[in-house]
Write a protein that binds this ligand. Structure first.
Ligand SMILES: [Zn+2]
Ligand SMILES: [Zn+2]
Length: 185
């Protein structure tokens, strides 16, 4: 059971469990790295006769899938590294990062998500250097989304959108699609 496993002291966990937890803890940063690498690979393509022309994209895709899965696993349990990284002035941090917190809630707007994915994928088919620039900028926006996601996970107890304007703490998983709260902060 997850309850039982999360009550095991971190230091007494097997080595592989610690590696998996640490990978999950840093998964967002790894994903940001893969986004940057993918953009560089498109701007500076590897010669087709180089084995890395196939190997590098395959390695990136594998890294993305594994990091994503381990990030989801990490987010469902208690993490020693997250606990030590918890800011002392969390409430102040939540105010400072209110835009990131609000951005994390945009994911609950399905229309917005579909539009965003359409831009991410569709921009790959734009021709010329201008098209490449638009594609690169579109991909780079995922970096901010990942930062928003990790900031939100860290500061969720202080997130206005999660708590709702009536202070309903149980609305964590069904936040407001349009966060108004940060506008008047
Ligand atoms: Zn963590
Ligand atoms: Zn929230």
């Amino acid at each position: 059971m997850t309850m039982a496993s999360s009550s095991v002291p971190f230091s007494s966990r097997p080595f592989t469990a610690n590696v998996i937890n640490r990978w999950g803890h840093w998964a967002a940063q790894l994903l940001i790295g893969t986004i940057c690498a993918a953009i560089m690979l498109r701007i500076f393509p590897i010669a087709p006769d180089n084995p890395m022309a196939v190997g590098a994209p395959l390695a990136l895709i594998t890294l993305v899938i594994v990091s994503w899965l381990l990030m989801r696993k990490h987010d469902r349990r208690l993490c020693e590294h997250c606990m030590t990284a918890m800011p002392l002035n969390a409430s102040e941090s939540a105010t400072r990062y209110r835009r990131r917190l609000a951005t994390a809630h945009l994911g609950s707007n399905k229309l917005l998500v579909v539009l965003y994915l359409a831009i991410l994928i569709g921009s790959a088919f734009l021709p010329g250097a201008g098209g490449l620039a638009i594609w690169a900028i579109a991909q780079a926006t995922m970096v901010y989304l990942l930062l928003s996601y990790t900031t939100h996970r860290r500061l969720q107890p202080w997130c206005r959108s999660c708590r709702g304007r009536g202070g309903e703490d149980d609305r964590v998983d069904s936040p407001d699609p349009v966060p108004h709260g940060f506008q008047d902060a």
